[in-house]
Ligand binder design. Sequence first.
Ligand SMILES: [Fe+2]
Ligand SMILES: [Fe+2]
Length: 170
Amino acid sequence: MSYQLKDKEYNYIINNIINNKDFLKIDSCRHHGITRLEHSLRVSYYSYKVSKFLKLDARQTARAGLLHDFFIDEQLNKKEKRLSAFYHPKKAVDNADTMFILTDKEKDIIYSHMFPLIPNHVPKYMESWVVSIVDKCVASYEFATSYSKTFLFKIQNALFILAFVAGKGF
Ligand SMILES: [Fe+2]
Ligand SMILES: [Fe+2]
């Protein structure tokens, strides 16, 4: 699947990240009912647009937005996955810092994106606030669409079973 957007300026900014094979491993991680890469691109692009509108540093916002959930947790059990909500920002900073050259602002954007769930990771920059807020909006949308799809699927299954049972004359 190609995740290339039509925005040339944005594509240029994220080019070295989106073509990094280690970063692309997040495309195999489930995240809010989609892949972590899809989620990260959504957060990155909307944060980039908001930063542009607010005349902030859209470049750093786009890059750090894309890297904000750069962690692999496919081997973890359910409990560990739940706990990862609290430690994945630090993990993402470490992973991103190993692969790319990051500014202090980009590190802060990644590190603080789970505020206020992690109360001591208070965003230091406006760009960090943008990504943190956009991440919550995007995640809520993704949860809602994923949940409604599952709900619809269950209703369809129930109706199918009901029709089958009724057809058998039970
Ligand atoms: Fe996150
Ligand atoms: Fe996220």
